[in-house]
Design a protein around this ligand. Structure first.
Ligand code: ATP
Ligand code: MG
Ligand code: FE
Length: 345
C-alpha cells in the first residue's frame, strides 16, 4: 500500500511516503534552531513550527516521490507519545487530509514507529528483537515479538532521557544545544577512563527492581559537582576528559542493559533507534560488544533513526498489510500513549 506518514511528536515535522516496505520520500523540517537559546525543546514553539511546516513539507514529499494525493491508499499519523500540542497539530492535519481525500487513517505509536523504520532498510526486521530507543525525549528498552501485534516495554528512564542528559551536561560545560554532537566533538582526544562517573541503576540492589530501567540525572549531578569542585579549587576543567568520561558512562549503561536483555530473554537481536544513535562512541561500543556476545546488531541509517515521517508511514503500511482496520476519527493526541498500544482505534 501507498501510505503518507505524518510525524509531529517533538521538534521534527516529518512527512514520509512509502509503498509497502519501500521508502519513496522522507522530508524532515526541524525547529531545532528555534529552541537552541532555551537549551531544550519549547512545546509552544514546536507546535507553531509544525503548523507552518506541514503544508510545504507535504508538498515537498509528494514532489520528491512523484506521488499525487489521489494515489495514496492511506494516511498514517503519530498520535503519541510526545508533546501534546505538537502531536495535536499533526493529528489535526492527518484527519483533515484523510477526510478530504476519503482515505483510511491509521493513528500509530511513535515509539513503535521508531522500530518500524527498520522495515525500510535492506535486510528487513526479524522478530523477536530487543529494541533500544534513545533520543532527547525517550530512553526505552523494548521486546518486540511482532511489530504490529506484540511490543512490550522492558524498561525506560526513570528521570532524564539519554539525549536530555547530553544536552544538560553540554550546557554545564558551556557548550551549545543540541549537546550530543557537541559532547562528541569535545570528547575528541579525551580519556574516557579519566573520571569514573556513576552508572545509574546498575548496583545489585537497583537491578532487582530496575533491571532494564535507566537513570541519568544522578550522572548529570555528578558531572556538575566534579566540575564545580575543580572550579572552586581554581583548577582548569579538562573538558575533553569530562566529556569523554561522561559519554562513556552513558554508553556503557545503555549497551550493558540492552545486551543483558538479549541474554536474559534469549533474543540474539538488537535494534537501535533515536537521535542519540548518532553518537560515535555508542555505535562503536554497541558494535564491539554485540559481536562479542553473538548478538545481531541493527543500526538503521540516521535519517531513519531520528524522528521522521517515513517510519510512521512504514508502520501504517505494516498495519494495513496485517489486515488492521483504520482508526476512527475520534482519537486524539495522547502524550503518554503506552508502547503496547501500537495503533490507536
Ligand atoms: P523524540 O524524543 O521524540 O524522538 P527528540 O527530537 O528529542 O525527540 P531526536 O531528534 O531523535 O529526539 O534526537 C535529538 C537528541 O539526540 C538530542 O537530545 C541530541 O542531543 C541527541 N544527539 C544528537 N546527536 C548526538 C550525538 N552525537 N551523541 C549523543 N546525543 C546526540
Ligand atoms: Mg528532534
Ligand atoms: Fe522519537
Amino acid at each position: 500500500p501507498l501510505v503518507l506518514g505524518i510525524e509531529t511528536s517533538c521538534d521534527e515535522t516529518g512527512i514520509g511516503i512509502v509503498r509497502g516496505d519501500r521508502l519513496l520520500s522522507n522530508t524532515i523540517a526541524s525547529s531545532m534552531e528555534q529552541h537552541a537559546r532555551y537549551g531544550g525543546v519549547v512545546p509552544e514553539v514546536a507546535a507553531r513550527a509544525h503548523l507552518e511546516a506541514l503544508g510545504p513539507s507535504i508538498r515537498a514529499a509528494l514532489a520528491e516521490s512523484g506521488v499525487a494525493l489521489a494515489d495514496l491508499d492511506a494516511v498514517a499519523v503519530t498520535s503519541g507519545p510526545g508533546l501534546a500540542g505538537a502531536l495535536m497539530v499533526g493529528v489535526g492535519a492527518a484527519k483533515a487530509l484523510a477526510l478530504s481525500l476519503g482515505k483510511p487513517l491509521y493513528a500509530v505509536n511513535h515509539l513503535v514507529g521508531h522500530v518500524g523504520a527498520d522495515v525500510l532498510t535492506e535486510q528487513p526486521l526479524e522478530t523477536p528483537t530487543i529494541a533500544l530507543l534513545v533520543s532527547g525525549g525517550h530512553t526505552s528498552l523494548l521486546l518486540v515479538r511482532d511489530l504490529v501485534d506484540d511490543v512490550e516495554l522492558l524498561g525506560e528512564t526513570i528521570d532524564d532521557a539519554a539525549g536530555e542528559a547530553f544536552d544538560k551536561v553540554a550546557r554545564l560545560l558551556g557548550l551549545p544545544y543540541p549537546g550530543g554532537p557537541e559532547i562528541d566533538r569535545a570528547a575528541i582526544g579525551g580519556d574516557p577512563t579519566a573520571i569514573r562517573f556513576p552508572r545509574g541503576l546498575t548496583l545489585p540492589k537497583d537491578l532487582e527492581r530496575h533491571r532494564y530501567d535507566f537513570s541519568f540525572s544522578g550522572l548529570k549531578t555528578a558531572v556538575a559537582r566534579w566540575v564545580e569542585q575543580r572550579e572552586d579549587a581554581g583548577e582548569p576543567v579538562p573538558v575533553a576528559d569530562v566529556a569523554a568520561s561522561f559519554r562513556e558512562a552513558v554508553v556503557d549503561v545503555l549497551v550493558t542493559k540492552a545486551l543483558a536483555a538479549c541474554r536474559d530473554l534469549g533474543v540474539p537481536r538488537l535494534l537501535l533507534g533515536g537521535g542519540v544513535i548518532a553518537n560515535r562512541r555508542l555505535r562503536e561500543v554497541a558494535v564491539e560488544r554485540a559481536a562479542a556476545t553473538g548478538v545481531d546488531l541493527r543500526i538503521p541509517p540516521l535519517s531513519l533513526c531520528t524522528d521522521n515521517g517515513a517510519m510512521i508511514a512504514a508502520l501504517g503500511a505494516q498495519l494495513i498489510m496485517a489486515g488492521r482496520q483504520p482508526s476512527g476519527l475520534a482519537f486524539g493526541a495522547d502524550s503518554t500513549l503506552p508502547v503496547t498500544e501500537i495503533q490507536v482505534p
